[in-house]
Design a protein around this ligand. Structure first.
Ligand SMILES: C[S@@+](CC[C@H](N)C(=O)[O-])C[C@H]1O[C@@H](n2cnc3c(N)ncnc32)[C@H](O)[C@@H]1O
Length: 277
C-alpha cells in the first residue's frame, strides 16, 4: 500500500497542489488504486509520475472541460503538451490505447464510453462546478464497475461562507478573507450587495463581483444538503459523505441563514468529501 507520508512528499516533489494531495490521501486511505482503471472527472493536471510510478494505476482517463486559456493550460503547458488532449467524441475509440488519456468534454456527455469500464472515479474540487449534476452522476454511475467507488472532494460549496467562489482580481476573490462579507451571497440581494461593495471597490469592480456571485454559470450554487439529495436520487446504495474545513457559525448567524434558506441547516462546511457506491 502506498503510504500517506510517501504520497505527501511525492506531491510536494511533483508540484501537486496541497488540496489535491489531501483529496488523494483520503481516497488512498480507503482504496488502493494499484492496477486500477481510474476516471478523473473535472481534472486533468495530475502528473503521470504520481499516477503510474507512485500510485501504480493501470490506466488513467480524465474527462475535463478544458477551456482555451484556462489556468491549468497556462500553468501546466508542459504537462498538456506531453499528454495531449483529445475531444471526448474520440474517447471510445482511444480507450485502452493510451495509459493516460485526457478527454476534453463534459462528463454528462460521456455516453459513448463503455458501461462499467472504470474501477474508481475520482473528482477533485469539481462537483461544485458541474451544473447538470443529475446527468453527470448518472453517467458516472453507468461508467463505474458494479463494485467500484466514486470519490469526490469539492469546495467551496455555495452554502459555505465563501461559496460564491468568485475571482474578480487579486484583491476580490474567495481566498481573500473579508473581500466579500462572509455569507453575504446567502444574505444579500444582488443590488444590496452591489451597494455594499461599491463603497470599497467602486462601481465597475462591484458590478463585476455581483455578476460573478449571482449570475455566472461557472458554479452550480448547490447547498450541502442538495448534493446528498442528488446522490440519493442517482440511486447510490452507499453514500458516505462528510464535511471538510468546517468553520463555526454563531447561533445568531445560523438563525439568519436558516430564515433566509428554509430547510437548509449545514452552513459550516467549506467542502464535502464523499464516497459513493
Ligand atoms: C476548479 S477546477 C479543478 C481542476 C482540477 N481537479 C484541480 O484540482 O486543479 C474544476 C474543473 O471542472 C471542470 N468541469 C466543470 N464542469 C464539468 C463537467 N460537466 N464535466 C467535466 N468537467 C467539468 C472545469 O472545466 C474545471 O477544469
Amino acid at each position: 500500500m502506498y503510504r500517506s507520508d510517501a504520497l505527501q512528499s511525492d506531491c510536494a516533489r511533483l508540484g501537486v497542489a496541497p488540496y489535491q494531495g489531501q483529496a488523494l490521501a483520503q481516497l488512498l486511505d480507503r482504496i488502493d488504486l494499484k492496477e486500477k482503471r481510474v476516471l478523473e472527472v473535472g481534472g486533468s493536471n495530475l502528473p503521470r509520475e504520481l499516477l503510474f510510478d507512485a500510485i501504480g494505476a493501470r490506466e488513467w482517463v480524465s474527462i475535463d472541460i478544458i477551456a482555451e486559456g484556462s489556468y491549468q493550460l497556462l500553468q501546466q503547458s508542459a504537462h498538456y503538451k506531453r499528454e495531449g488532449i483529445e475531444p471526448l467524441s474520440k474517447g471510445a475509440s482511444m480507450l485502452g490505447k493510451r495509459q493516460y488519456l485526457i478527454l476534453d468534454g463534459a462528463i454528462e456527455n460521456a455516453r459513448d464510453l463503455p458501461t462499467g469500464y472504470f474501477d474508481v472515479i475520482l473528482s477533485i474540487t469539481s462537483f461544485e462546478h458541474i451544473l447538470a449534476l443529475a446527468s453527470a452522476l448518472a453517467q458516472m454511475k453507468r461508467l463505474l464497475a458494479p463494485s467500484g467507488w466514486i470519490f469526490t472532494y469539492h469546495g467551496p460549496i455555495w452554502s459555505s461562507y465563501c461559496g460564491h467562489h468568485i475571482w474578480v482580481d487579486d484583491e476580490i476573490n474567495f481566498n481573500v478573507e473579508g473581500a466579500i462579507p462572509d455569507f453575504g451571497h446567502l444574505l444579500h440581494s444582488p443590488p444590496a450587495m452591489f451597494n455594499l461593495l461599491r463603497r470599497t471597490y467602486g462601481d465597475l469592480r462591484a458590478e463585476r463581483a455581483v455578476l460573478q456571485i449571482y449570475h455566472q454559470p461557472r458554479i452550480n450554487r448547490l447547498f450541502y444538503e442538495d448534493y446528498l439529495t442528488y446522490f440519493e436520487l442517482a440511486g447510490f446504495k452507499k453514500i458516505n459523505a462528510a464535511p471538510y474545513a468546517r468553520k463555526e457559525v454563531s447561533p445568531e448567524l445560523q438563525r439568519r441563514l436558516e430564515a433566509h434558506h428554509s430547510g437548509y441547516h449545514i452552513f459550516d462546511a467549506y467542502g464535502m468529501s464523499a464516497f459513493l457506491q
